[in-house]
Every structure is written in C-alpha cells, then in structure tokens.
Write a protein of this length. Structure first.
Length: 240
C-alpha cells in the first residue's frame, strides 16, 4: 500500500519541539550553489535518491557499515535522501542515521535518482525561513528558533517526512516537516526525541522569537504552505 503524501502521526517524537517556554560550521549566508547539494544539469535542480530496497549506509564508498535502512522512514514515509555527491556507483547522502554534518554513502543501485530545485534557507539570527526554487524566493516565513541553551543547530539538513497531527492540542500544531538533523543540546531529562523539525504551534505568539528547544515553529498558514510545496529530500540550510 502506498503511503499518503503526508503521513498522519500520533505522538510524534521530535526534538526541541515542545512548548516549554558541536554543530557543524554554517555555509556562507548567501551561497545557493554550495547550500543545496549536487547540481543535476543546466536546469539547476538538485539530486535526490528514493531508496528502493534495504541497503547499508557506509562511512565511505565500500567502507564500514554505519547503519542499515529500508524503503520507509520510522514514520512510514517513503525514504528519499538528498544527494551531495556521486562517485563510481556510490551516492553521498544526508541521512538522519548519521550525526549532524556527517555524510553517509549508499550504493547507487539501491536507489532511484530524482531531482528538485526547491530548498529552504533559515536565518537563525533574523528568525526567518525562506522557501526558494533555485535562486527565486517563493515565500518568506517568520519562525521561532531555539532559545538560549538549546539553539537551533547550524548546518545542512534534508526533509525526511511531512507529517500531520490528529490532535487539536498537538504541540506541533497541524503538521510538521521532519528533518534529518539532531538537537545536540538537549535539556537534562528531556523525555522526547532529538530530531529537528519545522512545525506549527498552538502558541503563535512565540513565532519570531527564540522560544523553542531547537525546532523551528511557524504559523499555521505558513506551515501548511510549506507542506504543500516542499518535497521529500529537499535541502534545509540553517545559517547563523
């Protein structure tokens, strides 16, 4: 059975996403070419890889196995990875099974290549998310970011899931775009997961402030628009 475009999830366990009042270096603030992954052709699209069978992720082409993955994520979404390099039958990909900033290598024969020119740039200091198609701005969105002590990690991540909540009182609002990245500065005793996300909120007054445990919160209309337009495997770059 094919999974829906946006999975419905109860009890979504993401990271700094609760409504409680060593990151890699950031890419250049205005760099599109280095931010979004490997180019594929003159149209300026970027490569994605839909996993077609169970496969190993390796630390290097032919190197040690660091994880094993299937065709679905833990939330039941079709697994689509962002590709950052291709080399002799191997794909370097952004995968949540690896620490922030650490790539994994997947055999090209285990995936079907695609492409997208849609990507997201988050400016943490301005608390602004920009949805782009290539160099063109599609939408600018104010977001809440991580507060002092639990800052939103910097670096390059990728969209893994588009998830909808079944709860009207969900701390994630209507929906969430789960990312490959992890919050490395969790609160002591934090009972949730460490995954990063862009999501809605039942407290829209926090949008535009440093209020979260690391995730990025957006208003309902904005997160719904992102859910419609951001594909699986799209790159998300967070800069300082």
């Amino acid at each position: 059975m094919r999974a829906p475009a946006a999975a419905v999830v109860v009890g979504l366990a993401l990271a700094g996403c609760g409504e409680q009042a060593a990151a890699p270096p950031a890419p250049p603030r205005d760099a599109f070419a280095v931010a979004a992954g490997e180019r594929r052709g003159a149209e300026g699209a970027f490569v994605t890889a839909a996993v077609t069978r169970r496969a190993a992720l390796r630390a290097a082409p032919g190197g040690r196995v660091v994880a094993r993955i299937g065709t679905r994520t833990e939330f039941g979404t079709r697994r689509v990875l962002a590709v950052t390099r291709r080399r002799d039958g191997w794909l370097r990909v952004i995968a949540t099974e690896r620490p922030n900033g650490r790539a994994a290598w997947l055999r090209a024969s285990a995936a079907r290549l695609g492409s997208t020119d849609v990507w997201i740039r988050v400016d943490r200091s301005r608390r602004q998310l920009t949805l782009r198609r290539g160099d063109r701005v599609l939408r600018r969105v104010p977001v809440a970011v991580g507060r002092a002590g639990t800052p939103t990690p910097l670096g390059r991540f990728a969209v893994t899931d588009r998830l909808r909540s079944q709860r009207s009182d969900s701390p994630y609002g209507c929906c969430a775009i789960a990312l490959s990245g992890h919050q490395t500065k969790l609160l002591p005793g934090w009972p949730g997961g460490d995954r990063l996300a862009i999501h809605g909120t039942p407290n829209p007054e926090t949008v535009g402030t440093p209020a979260s445990l690391g995730c990025m919160r957006a208003r309902t209309a904005d997160i719904r628009a992102l859910m419609r337009r951001v594909p699986l495997g799209a790159v998300v770059v967070v800069v300082a």
